[in-house]
Design a protein around this ligand. Structure first.
Ligand code: ZN
Length: 354
């Protein structure tokens, strides 16, 4: 805290006019008519592998579809870059056991090992542990279900079986997808040419029926709308500080030295939710101190401090924290003061993620 509160009060009055012109965060429209009939879950099991996964991701991206990939743990372990590619393509990554055994033939500790080794392999690659588990062959029992829940996993089977594993033709796979209704999940595999060739027609079929490819909800195991902030950072996501949510006691909008936010004392912060398809990014914050003392603003992601931005004077400057590791999916980003010693305030302009 540096400024006298009275001064800030006056400043706040002067700024009221600008408050109403603050840009709104982009939010996907809930009434998006192209998804008027709801969401379906496309799932691809048994990857990743060198022969098919890259082609599958390209086909899904080309068709504008997102899907859930139930990876075999040992395949993930052996092909970490393909797992990263899945996440970077906006796919959700699930657990399909470590060795693809029929889990109902295993004892407790073997079941546990199949599940936890896969959780660890995928978490170490993407930064996030899966929330969904599909037992190989759909074979499950009460013991397995209890081990799944100990690992915070939701079991996901399917409503529609494409039969791609059983020699179905591309036309038969497309026809199977044509039976999907809101919330349903279809079983396919990251393995077959027939399945790959079905993807453009599956996309067209869903579009014709005003259905969209959704995520599978860990709470219900059914397909739902992807979270609203689903645009992954590509060549740079820039978020203005004044469009974030303010927290703390004194945080307020400013118009000099830029349109932004002033953080005055410990726990003053701004925050918002960012979707990350992958787990490492560069974070650049433009800001300044209010005087010649060093201002410090911490970067928290998902509740954990990942670095500190330093602003050594009153001239606005960009400070970059490079190669920051963080969780994937929706993460809360906070820009917060924790090192206030009463000799400076921080002004922040925008956060850029690359
Ligand atoms: Zn399988």
């Amino acid at each position: 805290m540096f400024r006298a509160k009275l001064v800030k009060g006056t400043m706040a009055l002067m700024l009221i006019g600008t408050l109403f012109s603050v840009p709104m965060m982009p939010v996907a429209s809930a009434a998006d008519t192209s998804c008027a009939n709801g969401y379906v879950g496309l799932t691809f099991d048994d990857g990743p592998n060198n022969s098919n996964t890259t082609k599958l991701l390209a086909a899904l991206k080309q068709a504008g579809l997102r899907a859930t990939m139930f990876n075999i743990g040992q395949n993930a372990q052996n092909n970490p870059s393909l797992v990263r590619d899945q996440a970077a393509a906006g796919m959700w990554v699930g657990n399909h056991s470590y060795t693809h055994s029929d889990m109902t033939t295993l004892n407790n500790s073997q079941m546990s090992s199949e599940i936890t080794r896969t959780q660890q392999a995928i978490q170490s690659i993407t930064g996030t542990a899966p929330q969904l588990f599909r037992p190989p062959y759909g074979a499950t029992n009460a013991t397995l279900k209890s081990i799944e829940s100990q690992n915070n996993l939701t079991e996901v089977l399917w409503n529609v079986d494409s039969q791609d594993w059983n020699g179905a033709t591309t036309a038969q796979i497309v026809a199977a997808a044509g039976r999907l209704q809101n919330g349903d999940v279809i079983l396919m595999h990251d393995q077959y040419q027939t399945t790959l060739q079905a993807i453009p027609q599956i996309a067209q079929n869903l579009k014709n029926r005003s259905l969209c490819a959704g995520k599978i909800s860990p709470s219900t195991g059914r397909a739902v709308a992807p979270d609203s902030t689903t645009t992954p950072p590509s060549t740079g996501t820039k978020v203005e500080a004044e469009s974030m949510t303010k927290g703390g006691q004194y945080t307020e909008n400013i118009s000099t030295p830029f349109n932004g936010i002033a953080l005055y004392s410990n726990n003053d912060l701004v925050k918002y939710t960012q979707f990350f398809a992958s787990g490492t990014h560069n974070f650049s914050l433009r800001g300044a101190s209010n005087n010649s003392n060093m201002a410090r603003v911490d970067l928290k992601i998902g509740g954990q401090t990942r670095g500190t931005f330093y602003f050594g004077g009153s001239n606005p400057a960009v400070y970059t924290l490079a190669n920051i590791n963080h969780g994937t999916g929706n993460q809360e980003i906070e820009l917060v003061i924790t090192a206030d010693n009463g000799t400076w305030d921080a002004y922040i302009d925008y956060l850029e993620i690359n």
